[in-house]
Design a protein. Sequence first.
Length: 555
Amino acid sequence: MPTPDLDLTPKAYDFIVVGSGPSGSSFTSTLSRLLPSASILLLEAGKKHSEQAVFDRYSAFRGVGNDAGSGATWNWGYATVPQTEVEGERVDYSRGKGLGGTSLINFLLWNRGARDDWAYIEGVTSSSAFAWDNVKAEFDGIEGLQDPSYRDSRARYVAPDPGAHGASGPVHVEYAEKWENHIEPLLRGAEEFGWKVNRDLNSGDPIGVGLGPATARAGRRVTAQGAYLGDLGGNVEIRTGVAVYAKKEVVLSAGALDSPKILLLSGIGPREQLEKVGIEVVHDVPGVGQNLQDHCHFPITAVLKPGIRTPHGLKPGSDTLAIARAQFAKDGSGPLSYVNGSYILGFLKEPSIYETDEFKSLDMATQTHLKQPTVPTWELGTGLPLLAPPPPGPPREYMVSIGVLMNPQSRGTVTLKSSDVRKDALFDPKLMTHPYDRRVLITAARSILEFMASPSIAETIEAPLNMPQSGSEEDVLAFVRKNLRSTWHMSGTCKMGAEDDEMAVVDSSFTVKGVKGLRVVDLSVLPVLVNAHPVGAAYLMGVLAGKVVGRQYEV
């Protein structure tokens, strides 16, 4: 691939793709194969990376959140505007910077999502592309799942049907060959607590507790660059810093924060907002930058009794971590070949929520969807490393459990500060502003407290570290407000919709309504955020759109 350059001589291409994240990369690859004679330019603001030099699983958890600064190599360092329900704090809104986009810094979790979520999106968009049977078939083509073939007690918790998954797709997906010693006891504890065991969270029915596979190969992160950009045809160029023209189409794949920003700066968006910052209105599209959705979460932590080892033992700057990295770099072995490879996830359904005033206030279509059998109420993550600060004083092992909001009802915005392209947009997800979201997060926190107090878990805990003062509604809500953060699943800001949806930005072909030769292909087009870690959905958007465009321009 060419090194970054600045070419002031305009050059024309058939298709220009802006952004090389999972959607942009999979779109470019798909279109290149379908239209081998078309010239395609993939534009990326960040750098190329070496797949072999960086990105072990441990490093996956160092690229976002508290460790992500605006100057980080692979991170744009975004933050929200102050959030009223998070004690007025600005919340980290990390986005990946470089070839591969946010697949450079995400948590590697591979989820397909619930079949009822995709059915709901099919109805909202009037597009059969989102029918579960088609979505499943496309995921089979994207996914390269390595069958874990556990033959010991671990098979009780993980046993995906190889025939129900793709085995040779470009995105390598795996379960760790070795589990950290705290994983199986936590799974047993979840089962004893009464949560259903789900041995395949990617079957289309995610309900229950199980292990989430990772987009990794032998302990090393698989990025969109590695999955889709390593074997492109000769009709694709990847460049930065160029002046170019599109002969056929421009495709925005800059993500749910930057795709609407680019549209707004180009004069495509809500008339009133554009005029306010002095931008000439090219096309009045009210939905641009609206409908921002995100999964937010809070961590609850406890100090563990001596003798229980977790990944927290590999602390930044420690000799232990330095030795482990040297060993992994030498031959791919040692702790970094399996640390962070086993993610305990629970997609949990809480029927009691249906009796609350907050649920009953929702419109009937939303109520009906949330009651569908495969749609979770909230997500549990436990045994997860480095998602909360360690105990003060001498190094001690600690346990982190997070509660993640599913089906967020709060809706935020992406707007412009000014017409200056160099300034970040204003990101306001309005976290937890909807009463239903607050009710779910309170329910999740109480469930985690009960889980951590259950006999098999409590016997491993030495002392609480960061927990609500009590299980009362007031104490739990105050705790959630103090500890709430993004799960970095931004979506919905250029939503796809039916012809009669005035707030839809794109139609079922991913084309911006009323604008010829312009499409948006990334998570911003999802009208509703799927109840999953959405990198899989991002790859899916690129493949679906690539096939749509390829069919349109076939000779």
